[in-house]
Write a protein that binds this ligand. Structure first.
Ligand SMILES: [Mn+2]
Length: 499
């Protein structure tokens, strides 16, 4: 069990607090944590402060149907242990209650110093994901906790714009949790708008203007669902390469981002806009971001949050060189030649994990890869832990299996899921070590500016290269261009002598 949970349980009597304008993710996180604490024989109280009780129809329904023991309080007798979920003790979006000791479980950007009782993971799409992962690790019995599962699922669902802005493989894992009360999810999903909020959507759509070729729409403070709804429409506007729909909420800016062209990936745009003042991410077409006003104030003192956002969009336009394979100014013929070192990598045979013919999904930190278990499909694990499929023929030509064991460097251990029935197996037990048979030669040049590199063999996405990274071409095929992260480059390549 995580040390933070142990510390929380040690107090025996705990108050869990979420932010003052609770959303589904905050309610789910606090609910699950409270149930866990009670399951360990301790007492838990789940509260929120602030001037107003919740009125949003989906949230009042969530609390009622799932029997969430959430209390709206103005005062709190000093607890021995106060855990804030989906927010950080002392932050601007939650009432401050005195406590002997406190702990923090959150997925927003850290606004407080690190500490033993502070667990913040901004890479996760929801706080529900973090609480679920902690409880799973602690052996919580999810199989007989359907209301908790339903709440966690719905918390993730709403914080990731209906699962379209999932960021981390753990988010994808939570999305498959069962059993879930789907009837209640359906009711909550379809009671998010009041008739008045339809007006927010139409006002937001009417507010559209452009910064470069990015459509920008501002909504009145509202539920993130409404932002997603509006950005799904704005995405389809001819002439918008991307769109950003945003509003002020929870003492910050909440963004819903959509991409309409190959040249913009929504996840990367969202992360760029948030920059040092927040966090953002999601998928290629749909993504989201949040920036706390206090963080904007630190990064850009005296700049209004709205102006900061517009400035970030302006900066994004023109920030990147666009390098298209076959039509680029980079003269690879004059570029230095490097040899790929014979580093140990990992590989697994898909047919060792699931029977021949099974449709499988390989879940990795970089995303899901769909393929089929087959004696002809292998999976490679690269020097940075990245997973990618490779044909058996190519593997046997280019790599040599080793007898030694493979030592994993992955932050998220990859798993393989049978897409027919959801059965899941860890990949690492099937991974063995291998090395390249030959030294591959490449030509490479250091990037002077951030760049988007468009290859011929992936017509859907691009490689994002940072200044200092390398743009490379296979020595014998200058049409095969790719970007190598500087740290990986230094580990993987060395100058080829005499070339
Ligand atoms: Mn959240």
């Amino acid at each position: 069990m995580n040390a933070l949970l142990q510390e929380v349980l040690r107090h025996g009597d705990v108050v869990v607090q979420c932010h003052d304008v609770p959303d589904a993710d905050a309610i789910a996180s606090g609910f699950a944590l409270s149930r866990f604490i009670e399951s360990r024989g301790c007492k838990a109280r789940f509260v929120y402060g602030g001037p107003r009780p919740i009125t949003k129809p989906n949230l009042t329904r969530m609390v009622r149907k799932l029997e969430v023991p959430l209390e709206h309080v103005r005062e709190l007798p000093r607890p021995r242990m106060l855990v804030t979920v989906d927010c950080q003790y002392g932050g601007g979006n939650l009432a401050r209650f005195e406590a002997d000791d406190f702990a923090v479980i959150d997925h927003h950007r850290p606004g407080i110093p690190e500490g033993a009782n502070v667990l913040i993971r901004p890479a996760l799409g929801s706080c529900s994901t973090l609480v679920w992962d902690l409880l799973r690790d602690a052996g919580f019995d999810f199989a007989s906790a359907m209301p908790v599962n339903t709440a966690l699922y719905y918390g993730l669902f709403t914080d990731t714009n209906q699962l379209s802005e999932l960021r981390h493989p753990l988010d994808r894992d939570l999305a498959e949790l069962s059993p879930v009360d789907w009837a209640t999810v359906k009711e909550m999903r379809n009671s998010t708008l009041t008739a008045g909020e339809l007006g927010i959507v139409s006002d937001a759509l009417a507010s559209a203007f452009t910064v470069g070729d990015v459509g920008v729409l501002k909504a009145k403070p509202c539920d993130p669902n409404i932002l997603g709804f509006a950005s799904d429409i704005a995405q389809q506007v001819d002439g918008f390469a991307a769109c950003v729909v945003y509003c002020h909420v929870n003492a910050g800016l909440k963004l819903s981002v959509r991409s309409s062209v190959r040249e913009v990936m929504a996840s990367e745009l969202a992360a760029f806009l948030a920059g040092e003042a927040g966090s953002g991410g999601g998928g290629m077409e749909k993504a989201g971001a949040f920036m706390a006003c206090s963080d904007i104030g630190k990064v850009a003192p005296g700049v209004a949050p709205d102006d900061y956002l517009l400035e970030r969009i302006r900066r994004y336009n023109g920030h990147f060189d666009h390098i298209y394979c076959g039509a680029c100014d980079v003269d690879f013929n004059r570029a230095p030649v490097y040899r790929k070192l014979r580093n140990v990598q990992g590989f697994a045979k898909t047919a060792d994990v699931f029977p021949e013919g099974a449709p499988i999904c390989v879940r990795t930190l970089e995303g899901d890869i769909d393929t089929v278990a087959s004696k002809d499909v292998y999976l490679m694990i690269g020097v940075a832990g990245e997973v990618y499929p490779i044909g058996r023929g190519r593997f046997e030509r280019d790599y040599e299996a080793l007898a030694s064991a493979y030592a994993s460097v992955a932050e998220y251990p990859p798993s393989v899921i049978d897409r027919r029935d959801g059965e899941r197996k860890a990949l690492l037990p099937h991974v063995r070590a291998c090395v390249p048979r030959r030294e591959k030669l490449i030509r490479a040049i250091e990037l002077g500016r951030d760049a988007k590199v468009f290859s011929d063999w992936d017509r859907e996405r691009y490689f994002l290269g940072r200044a200092g990274d390398y743009i490379a071409a296979s020595d014998f095929d200058p049409g095969d261009i790719f970007v190598v992260n500087r740290a990986i480059f230094e580990k993987t390549y060395a100058p080829a002598a005499g070339r």
